[in-house]
Structure formats: structure tokens, C-alpha cells
Design a protein. Structure first.
Length: 416
């Protein structure tokens, strides 16, 4: 019996699925570098307070989902549940505002949330995300959203829906929250216990409850879209206008609220029609006050993060190129040194080469060559070594020809 199992909510990723991950990671680097984003890598754990202050004490993420522990010096540390707060912390601490331009970052890495595991929802999951520290231009919001949708389209993920909202700003949201709380209190006993608690705390999150009775009651509550201040209203109109001009279809969802407290103005999510309950591929928005709240300059920001497990679930259709491997075989151990040298030369030429040091006999080596998906097996035996040549067997057609070593590279270039 297997004594050890991976912890609940985590998963091992191994071949052949790993190919999709590597493909996706390359696609992220290639795509976002086109917009002058640069990669940033921050620690897996941070001081817990960064997340409670950055994400908000009242959020589910902070209240229920963080992996928090004390280190041996009694410091409270937390495995990062998301990366926006950490990127902001890194920018402030290292004064990246002065040294990096443009302030456009992307990241790829594991996040940790004590969530209820199910398909597409894990306790350790991988996000890629982007963060732009710049200004309030609504055209920037549209560019960020365009990039998210376009990135998915390039991966041939087309059954998607972009939902858009504005969640207001510190000028208009407090007054709206008063109106919302009053309306929700009037119908308090129609909400579940969890939503009842949210009325006095994180009232916006009432809109997130999936229970039919709560959703129905929440459907009658006042909407932020009717309570935006003129600045937020104009900003949101310009975001929509630019998205239209970029041909990015979207649905307005005035009940779209995000699970993290730092958002201001534009909020968006992209969902997939191919996923079940956990259908959010990515989510993000503006967070114009976070840098200042965490001790940095007053600088408006926007970003999003995507769940990479959920994207990988959409990559089945991609015909990922199968590696064409070479296998170097030797007729007898006395030719192993020659085989090692040949393998080295071939790798220097850029070919993936496998050499089996235990190669007992040629038959067993050919079997191994099949298992490692070799396109060609290159055999060295007495005759080949004496004539400075190699026998090349095409593993698909089983044809074999002898080629002199000096012509091998040219032959491979033509036939590989
Ligand atoms: P979020 O909406 O909490 O936003 O997460 C972004 C994405 O991460 C989700 O849409 C989903 O695809 C994926 N995700 C979240 N939780 C899980 C989970 N337990 N298992 C698998 N995938 C999951 C953020 O994290 C913000 N930091 C996004 C952002 C960046 N906003 C501005 N900048």
C-alpha cells in the first residue's frame, strides 16, 4: 500500500501533461514581452500582515483560506494566496518606481488557498498574472483586458465570456454601501447566515453567494452602477468605448464583485463555457489605492491573474510537437566511450539525445529507444568505429543506412 499521498488539494504534474504547462509558460513569456512586460519573481511566503492589509481583513481569502504559520522566531508568515500584494510590496521595498521602466510586470507561480478542492480548484494552484503601475487611463484598462482575451484566443480558447463592472472608488462606494446595507437589512432573514454576517462586514460579497434564495434576494438590491460618482462613470464609459473600438465583446455585470478588497473602478472576469462550477479563467481590475495603502507613492494600478490549471484543461486540442529524440546505441561496452562522444557532439548541435549506460545488448537498447520515442537510433559497433561512421535506423520505417560521421550532421539536418 502507498504510505504517502500528496496533500489534499495539491497535484503532481508529469508527462505528458507537463508539455502543456511548458507550452503555456512559453506562450506567457512570448505574449507579454510584446507589450513590454517584464517578469518578476517574489517569495512564496510573505509576512501575514501584507495580505491582511493588502487583500482586506474581511475577505474570505484572509479569514478562511490562508496558510499561515509561525516560523522559529515566532513571526507570522503566510504562503501567498495571490501575488498582487506581494508585487506591490516588492516594488515599494526595492523602489522599482525609480529603476524599472515601464512598470509592467508579469509573474508565473504557485499560490495557496485553503479552498474546498474540486475540478479546477486546488489548494496549491498556479497563476500567471500581470500588474501595471501607471495611471488611470481607461485605455490602459481596455488594453489589459484586450490582452487577457487575446491571449486566450491565441491558445484557441474561444468559448469565453468577458464580464465587466465598475466597483466605484472611495468617493462613491461608502455612500453606495450604506444604501446597500439598508436594503439588505430590510430583507435580512431571507439571506443565509453567511450573507447576514456580510451585511455589516463585506456587504458587496452578498452578490457572490451561490445559494438560489440569496441570489434571488440579492437580485433586488441596489446596484453600484447606479451609484457611481461622475469620475467613475466617465472612466467606465471610456473603458467600454475603447473595448468596443478594439472589437472586444463584453457583458456588463453590475453584480460582479471581486473577492479581494483592493479593487477600485474597473473589475472584470473571463469565464469559460467548457468548465463546470469553477469556470473563472481569470479575474482582475484596478486597484488605485493599494500602493499608497502599503506605504508607497500614490499611483494607479491595474492587473489580472489567471488560473493556469483551468487554462491547461482547455489545451487538449493543441497538437503539441512531439519531441524527436535521437538514441545512441553501442554494440558492445568497449564502444561506450565513442557513444558518449557522439552523444555530446549531437547535443551540441541541438538534438535531444539519449544514451543508455546500462545498454546490455543492442536488442534491449532498441527497445529502450522505442520507449523514449526516438526518431532515429544511431548504432556504433566495431565496423562503424573502424570506418568512422554510424548506422542510422529510422525507428518508424525500420530502414537503416550507414553514414560517415563527417556527413552525419548534414544528413540529420535534411532528414530529422
Ligand atoms: P482571483 O480572482 O482571486 O484574483 O484569482 C484569479 C484566478 O485564479 C481565478 O480566476 C482562477 O482562475 C484562479 N484561482 C483562484 N483560486 C483558485 C483555486 N483555488 N484553484 C485553482 N485556480 C484558482 C487574484 O488572485 C488577483 N490577484 C488578480 C489580480 C491581479 N487583480 C489585479 N491584479
Amino acid at each position: 500500500m502507498n504510505e504517502f499521498k500528496a496533500p489534499k488539494g495539491t497535484r503532481d504534474i508529469f508527462p505528458p501533461e507537463i508539455q502543456k504547462w511548458q507550452f503555456l509558460e512559453r506562450a506567457i513569456h512570448d505574449y507579454y514581452q510584446k507589450f513590454l512586460y517584464q517578469e518578476i519573481r517574489t517569495p512564496i511566503f510573505e509576512h501575514s500582515e501584507l495580505f491582511s492589509r493588502g487583500i482586506g481583513d474581511e475577505t474570505d481569502v484572509v479569514q478562511k483560506e490562508m496558510y499561515t504559520f509561525k516560523d522559529k522566531s515566532d513571526r507570522s508568515l503566510t504562503l501567498r494566496p495571490e501575488n498582487t500584494a506581494a508585487v506591490v510590496r516588492a516594488a515599494i521595498e526595492n523602489n522599482l518606481f525609480e529603476t524599472v521602466a515601464p512598470l509592467r510586470f508579469y509573474y508565473i507561480g504557485p499560490m495557496f488557498r485553503y479552498d474546498k478542492p474540486q475540478k479546477g480548484r486546488y489548494r496549491q494552484f498556479q497563476q500567471f498574472g500581470i500588474e501595471v503601475f501607471a495611471d488611470e487611463s481607461p485605455q490602459l484598462d481596455a488594453e489589459v483586458i484586450f490582452s487577457a482575451v487575446d491571449f486566450l484566443k491565441n491558445l484557441q480558447i474561444t468559448d469565453i465570456r468577458l464580464e465587466l463592472n465598475s466597483v466605484g472608488c472611495p468617493q462613491c462606494r461608502p455612500a453606495y454601501l450604506d444604501v446597500l446595507r439598508r436594503a439588505a437589512s430590510a430583507e435580512k432573514n431571507k439571506f443565509c447566515a453567511d450573507c447576514q454576517r456580510k451585511i455589516d462586514g463585506n456587504a458587496l460579497r452578498i452578490f457572490d453567494c451561490k445559494l438560489p434564495a440569496c441570489a434571488e434576494t440579492a437580485g433586488r438590491l441596489p446596484l453600484i452602477s447606479d451609484h457611481l460618482c461622475p469620475a467613475c462613470r466617465d472612466h467606465f464609459a471610456a473603458v467600454r468605448e475603447t473595448l468596443n473600438c478594439m472589437n472586444v465583446p463584453f457583458q456588463l455585470n453590475p453584480r460582479l464583485v471581486r473577492g479581494l478588497d483592493y479593487y477600485t473602478k474597473t473589475a472584470f472576469e473571463v469565464t469559460s463555457g467548457q468548465l463546470g462550477a469553477q469556470n473563472a479563467l481569470l479575474g482582475g481590475g484596478r486597484y488605485n489605492n493599494l500602493i499608497k495603502e502599503l506605504g508607497g507613492p500614490d499611483m494607479a494600478c491595474i492587473g489580472f491573474a489567471a488560473g493556469m490549471e483551468r487554462i491547461v484543461l482547455h489545451l487538449d486540442h493543441l497538437a503539441l510537437p512531439r519531441a524527436k529524440n535521437l538514441f545512441v546505441a553501442y554494440g558492445d561496452h568497449q564502444w561506450l566511450a565513442h557513444a558518449i562522444q557522439l552523444a555530446q557532439v549531437l547535443r551540441e548541435e541541438g538534438y535531444p539525445v539519449y544514451l543508455d549506460y546500462q545498454g546490455k545488448n543492442l536488442k534491449k537498447q532498441f527497445k529502450k529507444a522505442d520507449r523514449v520515442a526516438a526518431a532515429f537510433t544511431l548504432v556504433l559497433a566495431e565496423d562503424e568505429v573502424k570506418t568512422a561512421s554510424v548506422s542510422v535506423k529510422n525507428m518508424a520505417s525500420q530502414e537503416q543506412i550507414k553514414i560517415s560521421l563527417k556527413d552525419l550532421n548534414a544528413w540529420l539536418k535534411k532528414n530529422y
